[in-house]
Design a protein around this ligand. Structure first.
Ligand SMILES: NC(=O)c1ccc[n+]([C@@H]2O[C@H](COP(=O)([O-])OP(=O)(O)OC[C@H]3O[C@@H](n4cnc5c(N)ncnc54)[C@H](O)[C@@H]3O)[C@@H](O)[C@H]2O)c1
Ligand SMILES: O=c1ccn([C@@H]2O[C@H](COP(=O)(O)OP(=O)(O)O[C@H]3O[C@H](CO)[C@@H](O)[C@H](O)[C@H]3O)[C@@H](O)[C@H]2O)c(=O)[nH]1
Length: 409
């Protein structure tokens, strides 16, 4: 099949690469000329495990351009452009721009698939613009695991008005052998927000339990999470207490969902509380470090991890960066190290050893594998384990704190 992918971020690149690997011919379109030039020279703009290899293997079948007219033979076009939250609301301007730009080149029977995360009603607006069949096929991949999640998702949601168009997209994904749900277009759009909001809520829930564990003798949130997770109705996933959720999706999608609902006269009280709990996490980390160091002014604090999660170089809504900013505001010198992510927002150093050596305090903000087993290196430092990677029994009692672990004696 000939397939167009409009928007070459994580979702567009991975979707294109996985479909190219199935033998389809893919044209990737983006308005970012530098990104397209890099991709044409085999340079991926992101670090995502397995992606480089897949792009390399399928380079004859996945081409890149800024020219929308290259979509003229496409049987299916996926819209995978960014949908940021702007002033609290889901901004669909890029989606509508993409729809307008592609319209003159589409064949009469091209199916346009909205994969970007959009509030209910948006795909129907796309339909009005392109005057073609439109299918909503939201994406559930996780960064750091995107290739595997796309090739083998837990489920595939296909929202369509027209059975034949939905069948065509269902067929396209049949190689995944995943469970398929056929829904209305609006239900498909809504499922994406409900899923992300529920997962974010699980995280804020366990983080509140973690707060309580910190003040109850002999309590460790990890034990509580493990035990409640063994109840099949609760399940063990997404119960890792820590410094809160970051990334390109949960923060923006929860905010957008709340404001979308409010415009319709409904209050999403649980999701509002989820957001509020999450916003407190970086402040709590700074408060703990301040207590450990007896003040922050002129102290040097090392942040280990500025990627919003391990196995990605993405720093969007990174908790590590939020903490760095709050620490600087309190007069601390802040240094950071991350195995993959780069930023100009904080002074970065080349290794964890270099970062720790000069620090009075250390905060582990991302659970990269290389931060495990470093207890010895941290012995004489004030340490906050924000992602529970260290063995508390190997740490000095006085200067060590871990999220969700009682150390108050
Ligand atoms: N990142 C994730 O893990 C993830 C997972 C599931 C769903 N989503 C959703 O998928 C969508 C894309 O996310 P992403 O993280 O891949 O985005 P991204 O910000 O990494 O990339 C989006 C790309 O779209 C391009 N673009 C913007 N306007 C364009 C236009 N008019 N024409 C062509 N290209 C255009 C940008 O230049 C950019 O390269 C969003 O709606 C997001 O919420 C993201
Ligand atoms: O138990 C947990 C699990 C996650 N997190 C944090 O939550 C954030 C998001 O993590 P994760 O969900 O693994 O990564 P994303 O790539 O943001 O993926 C989410 O957002 C995507 C974009 O919508 C969805 O497609 C995915 O299904 C959804 O998991 C990160 O900061 C994690 O540190 C926790 O604090 N505790």
């Amino acid at each position: 099949m000939k397939i167009g992918i409009v928007g070459l971020g994580v979702v567009g690149l991975v979707t294109g690469a996985v479909l190219a690997d199935q033998g389809h011919e893919i044209v990737g379109v983006d308005i970012d000329q530098n990104k397209v030039k890099g991709l044409q020279c085999n340079r991926s703009p992101i670090y995502e495990p397995g992606l480089d290899e897949l792009l390399q293997k399928n380079k004859e079948r996945f081409t890149f351009t800024t020219d929308y007219s290259m979509l003229k033979e496409a049987d299916v076009v996926f819209i995978t452009v960014a949908t940021p939250t702007v002033e609290g609301k889901n901004y669909i301007g890029y989606v509508l721009d993409a729809a307008k730009a592609m319209k003159p080149y589409l064949k009469r029977d091209t199916i346009v698939v909205v994969k970007s995360t959009v509030v209910p009603g948006t795909s129907r607006k796309v339909k009005q613009i392109v005057e073609r069949e439109v299918v909503s096929n939201p994406e559930f991949l996780r960064e750091g695991n995107a290739v595997v999640d796309t090739a083998k998702p837990d489920r595939i949601v296909i929202g369509s008005d027209n059975k034949a168009s939905g069948d065509m997209i269902e067929n396209l994904w049949s190689f995944t052998k995943s469970t398929v749900l056929r829904t209305s277009i609006e239900e498909a759009e809504m499922i994406k927000y409900a899923a992300n909001s529920f997962l974010a809520t699980k995280i804020s829930f366990i983080n509140e339990i973690a707060n309580l564990c910190e003040v109850i003798p002999n309590c460790d949130v990890n034990t509580i999470a493990k035990a409640i997770g063994l109840d099949k109705r609760i399940a063990p996933y997404f119960l890792n207490a820590g410094l809160g959720y970051g990334g390109s999706c949960f923060p923006k999608d929860t905010l957008a969902f709340v404001s979308f609902a409010r415009e319709l006269g409904e209050e999403l009280k649980i999701i509002e509380a989820t957001i509020k709990v999450n916003e407190e996490r970086p402040k709590r980390a700074v408060k703990i470090m301040k207590e450990l160091l007896g003040g922050l002014n002129s102290k040097t604090v090392c942040i280990l991890g500025i990627a919003f999660k391990p196995n990605t170089d993405d720093t969007r809504e990174s908790v590590g960066l939020k903490i760095a900013k709050l620490l600087s505001d309190e007069g601390a010198n802040v240094l950071a190290y991350d195995p993959k992510a780069k930023t100009s927002l904080v002074k970065m150093v080349g290794s964890k050893e270099e970062c720790v050596k000069v620090a009075d305090g250390v905060i582990i903000a991302t659970e990269w594998e290389e931060f495990r087993g470093i207890e010895q290196m941290l012995q004489d430092k004030a340490v906050l384990d924000g992602r529970r990677v260290l063995d508390p029994n190997k740490m000095s009692r006085k200067k060590f704190r871990a999220i969700g672990l009682y150390r108050g004696d």
